[in-house]
Design a protein around this ligand. Structure first.
Ligand SMILES: [Zn+2]
Length: 526
C-alpha cells in the first residue's frame, strides 16, 4: 500500500538522463517504487498524464529565513517547485548570535529579510535549524554566515580579527559545520563583513576545507583595498588556493555593462580552474538585482552599528559626507533604485529614488540618507532593469550559455520583503525552466532539471535528495514542460508561475492543483 502514486507522467529523474514514462510510488517520506504501478493500492493518486515528474527543485541561494518564520507556507518558493532552500547566504543571517546581537542585526537586515519575531533563540546553528525543522513548508539548509560570526565576536566595529577573536570566530564556524551547516558564506558589502582582510577569511576557510565543505562567495565590492589583488574574485580564488576549500560563486553572471562578454567575467576564474581549483556557480535569470540600501553606506558611517549610523544620518555634517560619497560612487546605482520594502511609509514602496529626490529637491545620495533615517534603516530596493531590450536579451542569452557549463546551477536569490520585491522571488526557476529554455534553447529539459536538482544536491552534500530514485526523499514537482512559465515582472512581481500544479515535500502534498495545502513538512537538511 502506497501513500501516494504519481501516475502516468514522464519521469525526468534529475540525473540528466532522458525522461521515461513511469509511475512514482511514495511510502511515508520516501520514494518506494518507480515503474508500472497501475494495479497498486494507494491512498492517493496524482494523475500526471501529459506532465513531467521531477525531483523538487533545490535552491542554493535565497534570503527567506525571515519570511519563512512569518509565513511558513512560503508560497513564493513552493509555487516555483522549490522544495529545498539554502539560508545564511551572502555572509548574513541570524545565527549564531546572542539575543542582543540577533535583535541588532535583525534591524540592519530588515530591508532584505523582513521582520521575524524578536525573541527567538539564535544562539547556535542548531538553535536556528530547530525553528525550521517540520515547521515550514520547504526543506532548509544553512551556511555559516561570515558577517554574522564577525558581529558575534567583534561587534559592529572596524577592528582587526586577530588572536583570541580569530580563534573564537573559527570555533563558531567549526561548531556550525558540526551542527549541520552545509558551508560558509561571505557577501559583497554587508557590514560588518567588509571590514575583514583576506587573511581573516583564509583562516576561517581552513576548517571549512578540513570538513570537505563549501565556501560560497558573493565577491567583495566594499573595501577592495583590503582584498588580495584589490578585487573580490581574485580574493576568493586566493582563499581557495591557500586553503584547498571548494569554492562556489553566488549568482555569477554578466551584467548590462558586461553583456555578451562571458570571457570578461571568467578572465581570472577559468585559468584558475584549469590549474585544478574546484569552483562552481549559481545564477538567476534577470539582468538586475535587489538588496538593502543600508549596505551602500560607507564603512566609517557603519562603525558602531544601527544606532550610531542613525545618529550620523541625523547629523548635518555627517549626512552631507555620506551623501557626497554615495553621489560620487560609480558602483552604487542610485539612479536605478526602486523601493521594494519600506518599514513605515508603505506608500513609498514602488517609488524610485529619482522621484523621491526630485520631490525633495535634493541629490540622490541625500534622498537615500533621509529615507534611511526616517525609516530607521528598514529599506529594501530593486535595481530597475536596463531600458534597452536588446541588452536585456543579451544578458538572458548569457545566462543560458553559462548554465550550459558543467559547473553551473540555478538559484532564485529570493528577496521576500515588501510589496514590490524582485520578480526572481516568484519567477526564477520557471523563467529558466519554461521561458528561457524554450526561447533560447541550448539545454534539454533533462539538462535544465539536472541543474535545479541533482547538481546542487551533490555539490553541497545533501543526503538522498535531488533525484527520483528508490529510497530518496519524496520531494517532487509535477509540471507542464510546454506551458510552464513565470508571470512575475518588475512592475507586477507578486505573481505566481503557471504550469506547476503539484509539489510534494517529504512525501506530503504541499501544492495540490496549484493550491497550497497548509502542510508544513519541510526538514532542516542535510
Ligand atoms: Zn543574495
Amino acid at each position: 500500500m502506497f501513500d501516494l502514486v504519481v501516475s502516468g507522467g514522464t519521469v525526468v529523474d534529475g540525473s540528466g538522463a532522458p525522461g521515461y514514462h513511469a509511475d512514482v510510488g511514495v511510502g511515508g517520506e520516501t520514494i518506494a517504487a518507480i515503474g508500472d504501478l497501475g494495479r497498486a493500492e494507494t491512498r492517493r493518486v496524482i494523475d500526471a498524464t501529459g506532465l513531467v515528474v521531477a525531483p523538487g527543485f533545490i535552491d542554493p541561494h535565497t534570503h527567506a529565513e525571515g519570511a519563512l518564520l512569518t509565513d511558513p507556507q512560503h508560497p513564493m518558493g513552493l509555487r516555483q517547485g522549490i522544495t529545498t532552500e539554502f539560508l545564511g547566504i551572502d555572509g548574513m543571517s541570524y545565527a549564531p548570535l546572542s539575543a542582543a546581537n540577533y535583535r541588532l542585526y535583525r534591524r540592519w537586515l530588515a530591508g532584505l529579510l523582513g521582520d521575524p519575531p524578536e525573541d527567538l533563540d539564535m544562539s547556535s546553528v542548531a538553535a536556528f535549524r530547530r525553528h525550521y525543522h517540520r515547521k515550514v513548508a520547504v526543506n532548509t539548509a544553512y551556511l555559516v554566515p561570515f558577517a554574522t560570526v564577525r558581529l558575534e565576536v567583534l561587534g559592529f566595529r572596524d577592528a582587526p580579527l586577530r588572536g583570541r577573536d580569530l580563534e573564537a570566530a573559527g570555533r563558531l564556524v567549526r561548531e556550525g559545520l558540526e551542527q549541520g551547516a552545509v558551508g560558509f558564506s561571505t557577501g559583497s558589502k554587508y557590514y560588518p563583513g567588509p571590514w575583514a582582510e583576506t587573511a581573516d577569511l583564509i583562516a576561517l576557510c581552513e576548517p571549512v576545507a578540513a570538513a570537505g565543505s563549501v565556501y560560497m562567495c558573493e565577491p567583495r565590492r566594499a573595501n577592495l583595498e583590503r582584498a588580495h589583488g584589490g578585487d573580490g574574485v581574485a580574493e576568493a580564488l586566493e582563499i581557495a588556493r591557500r586553503t584547498g576549500v571548494r569554492l562556489h560563486f553566488a549568482h555569477y553572471r554578466t551584467a548590462p555593462e558586461t553583456a555578451g562578454r562571458i570571457d570578461v567575467i571568467m578572465r581570472l576564474i577559468d585559468p584558475a580552474k584549469a590549474k585544478g581549483l574546484d569552483v562552481t556557480f549559481d545564477i538567476y535569470p534577470y539582468p538586475s538585482g535587489s538588496t538593502i540600501a543600508v549596505s551602500y553606506l560607507p564603512g566609517w558611517a557603519q562603525e558602531g552599528g544601527p544606532d550610531a549610523l542613525l545618529r550620523r544620518l541625523a547629523d548635518p555634517g555627517d549626512r552631507r559626507k555620506v551623501a557626497e560619497t554615495l553621489d560620487h560612487d560609480p558602483s552604487v546605482p542610485l539612479d536605478q533604485l526602486v523601493c521594494s520594502y519600506v518599514g513605515k511609509e508603505k506608500a513609498l514602496e514602488g517609488m524610485s529614488l529619482v522621484d523621491l529626490a526630485a520631490r525633495a529637491g535634493c541629490t540622490l545620495g541625500e534622498a537615500l540618507c533621509d529615507l534611511l533615517l526616517s525609516e530607521e534603516l528598514r529599506v529594501g530596493h530593486v535595481a530597475a532593469p536596463p531600458r534597452s531590450v536588446a541588452l536585456w536579451r543579451q544578458v538572458s542569452r548569457d545566462c543560458m550559455q553559462l548554465l550550459s557549463r558543467p559547473d553551473y546551477m540555478v538559484c532564485s536569490d529570493i528577496t521576500p520583503a515588501g510589496s514590490v520585491p524582485h520578480p526572481r522571488s516568484y519567477g526564477a526557476f520557471p523563467r529558466f525552466l519554461g521561458r528561457l529554455r524554450r526561447e533560447f534553447g541550448g539545454l534539454s529539459l533533462e539538462a535544465m532539471v539536472h541543474r535545479m536538482t541533482d547538481r546542487p544536491a551533490r555539490r553541497f552534500g545533501l543526503t538522498r535528495r535531488g533525484r527520483i530514485d528508490r529510497g530518496y526523499f519524496a520531494d517532487l514537482v509535477v509540471f507542464d514542460s510546454e506551458h510552464v512559465i513565470d508571470t512575475a515582472t518588475y512592475d507586477d512581481p507578486r505573481q505566481f508561475p503557471v504550469g506547476i500544479p503539484f509539489v510534494v515535500v517529504n512525501g506530503e502534498v504541499a501544492v495540490d492543483d496549484e493550491r497550497l495545502t497548509g502542510v508544513l513538512a519541510g526538514q532542516a537538511v542535510p
